[in-house]
Write a protein that binds this ligand. Sequence first.
Ligand code: PLP
Ligand code: COI
Length: 349
Amino acid sequence: MKIERSFHSRIKKMDFENISFGNHYSDHMYYSEFRNGKWINSIIKPFGNIMFSPGSLVFHYGQSVFEGMKAYKDKHEEVFLFRPKENFKRMNRSAIRLEMTTIPEYIFMNGLKNLIDIDRDWVPKKYGQSLYIRPILIAIDKCLSAKPSNDYLFMIISTPADYYYKKPLKIKIEEKYSRSASGGVGFTKASGNYASSFYPTRLAKEEGFDQILWTDSSTHTLIEESGTMNVFFWLKNKLITPLSNENILSGITCKSILSLAKEEGLEIEERKLKVSEIIDGLKNKILKEAFGCGTAVVVTYFEIISYKGKNFFLPDLLDKERISIRLRKKLLDIQHNLSVDPFGWRLKL
Ligand code: PLP
Ligand code: COI
């Protein structure tokens, strides 16, 4: 793979004390083209604009999928990726559903490792901070026929990240709009899934909420996920999360939290979860905690859940009483190489 180094690092302009998510990019990017059935022109090069025809299929029919993952530093400033193969596999599951090319493992992993290695100074040092990594695959055929592209562009960019949410969340259970439907693309990280969530999320924000808790599109009686998070509920001394299905993005953080919770001996249920169980739990004060988790979000707990115009407050626990805070620490300790990694999740660069 070709490597073209940037002569002018922008890192001195980066304020690691005040990181605003996704607004500053590391010095380099990875770029690879899939043309005529072959991966060509793979290069690590200075981060910069790309130029494509306005006729490119991605602009018209939305063949675009992406991933989100992170690199962390330990106290010796060694850099670790967290479960990157899971992102690689999920990206290809998304690509297959959107009738796009899949990415060979060597293209994904070599691009990723070389990029983060060359930009390792961009991985923040502080606990909880990380370098957020965004692989993206887009369709580049210049053709207005509504058909899948033959050619694609795969890129990886990265941006320093801190906690995505700085405070607990106010969540609204959605009764009208849907993020996904059965048979659809809800389980993928298709860019269009995010575009279609923006309008209902804006409406919820105007009502004072931070995010929507999505429910199934046909009955709005089953909990799915929220914003960019999978969700957990600590109900009757059980940790419950909706069973992953074709409507829900199968989160790598969610899977990790499940493993950590099982390791602790918590009682866990992955199953269909009714909105009515959550509302009963809130009314009867047997729902002690609710939280979301994801790569960007890490783990963030909810303070209010709203349903049919009524706000329900979750118990105001101390941090040391919270399962969400305990599991977040366990996860971050593994990510920052502060604790043993019994599951083999870290990949040292
Ligand atoms: N659900 C959605 C819609 C997301 O965007 C994300 C974030 O990536 C998640 C769930 C959590 O997935 P992961 O833990 O793999 O980041
Ligand atoms: C992630 O957590 O990786 C995401 O995709 C969230 C992003 C849309 C901000």
